[in-house]
Ligand binder design. Structure first.
Ligand code: NAD
Length: 303
């Protein structure tokens, strides 16, 4: 039976580490780190995600500045707000909550964020830094996956890794990070033929396709490390559960089929999700250390 890659536990350990780093800065008379979170429109899932991020900031001592804009905001309205935050000294990190309402272009808004305040690591300059192996804020979800693997002594050197999904948010930076850790990486996507025979070759399988329970026992090599990035709320009836009025969280992996085969598996919830939030805090505190002229002590937490 697979060992759990416990993201909740590791996230709590990282938070303690961040708390101490912030205390050291404050003891030197430095201001606290600041994260501005921009939410546009009223997507209920985004509201929950933003609230979780703000609570996490409060736990470690990061000041969070919430900005809630109307779904009718124009691109230039939002860019003007981003420029204001770029120039605010108290703000070390800026996060634009995705997805955006229809009509707003993700790429132009993300490009407006100062790359040195890019808390989500999604600015083209930071994706370029990742590609070239230069330091910089890293995309939070794949960085969280790398931290989970490293802290559970999963050796990636020479291993065959398959990433299912090629989004800029998860799949692409994930593949780059695994490659930088000397894995041999293949990316699968919605047009990949015969997914099963590809994923069955993987020593490390990272699934970020956004399709509930699409990866079953047939997709997994015995002993593989399986990382489930997907997160979905589905009705209990579609899982064949007794209390059909309730809903449940599940991932892209059919955990009950895959766990008996795999060596490690991330649970959903409690695996990749908490690590994503924690890496947002790590990026923010790391940028704060740079902005305030403190020595950067968090490099070991970032891939
Ligand atoms: P996305 O929709 O932008 O990208 C999905 C990718 O999967 C695409 O590249 C697509 O080609 C590929 N794909 C879709 N169906 C496929 C199939 N049948 N076979 C192979 N490839 C397929 O999604 P995303 O933003 O990358 O997110 C993926 C999932 O991860 C979603 O469920 C999302 O909610 C979740 N997510 C979780 C966290 C977290 O913190 N846990 C963070 C980000 C995203």
């Amino acid at each position: 039976m697979a060992q759990r890659l416990d993201g909740k536990k590791l996230a709590a350990e990282f938070e303690n580490h961040l708390l101490r780093e912030i205390e050291i800065g404050l003891s030197k008379g430095i201001r606290p780190p600041g994260l501005a979170v921009i939410r546009i429109g009223d997507d209920p899932a985004s509201e929950v995600y933003v609230s979780n991020k703000e609570k996490a900031c409060a736990r470690v001592g990061i000041a969070s500045y919430g900005l809630h804009l109307s779904a009718k905001s124009s691109e230039s309205d939002v860019i003007a707000k981003i420029y204001e935050l770029n120039s605010k000294e108290l703000v070390d990190g800026i996060l634009l909550q995705l997805p955006l309402p229809r009509g707003l272009k993700e790429s132009s808004l993300l490009s407006a964020i100062d790359p040195n305040k890019d808390a989500d690591g999604l600015h083209s300059q930071n994706l370029g830094r990742l590609l070239k192996g230069e330091p910089g804020p890293r995309s939070c979800t794949p960085a969280g996956v790398m931290a989970l693997l490293a802290n559970n002594q999963v050796d990636l050197e020479g291993k065959r890794a398959v990433v299912v999904g090629r989004s800029i948010l998860v799949g692409q930076p994930m593949a780059l990070m695994l490659q930088a850790a000397n894995a041999t990486v293949t990316i699968a996507h919605s047009r990949t033929k015969d997914l099963e025979s590809l994923t069955r070759l993987a020593d490390v399988l990272v699934v970020a396709a956004g399709c509930p329970r699409m990866i079953g026992a047939n997709h997994v090599k015995p002993g593989a490390v399986v990382v489930d990035v997907g997160i979905h709320r589905i009705s209990s009836s579609s899982l064949g559960m007794e209390n059909q009025s309730r809903s449940h969280l599940c991932g892209d992996v059919c955990a009950e089929e895959v766990a008996p085969l795999a060596s490690f598996i991330t649970p959903v919830p409690g695996g990749v999700g908490p690590m994503t939030v924690t890496m947002l805090l790590v990026n923010t505190v790391s940028m704060w250390q740079q902005h305030c002229g403190l020595s950067c002590t968090l490099e070991d937490l970032l891939p």
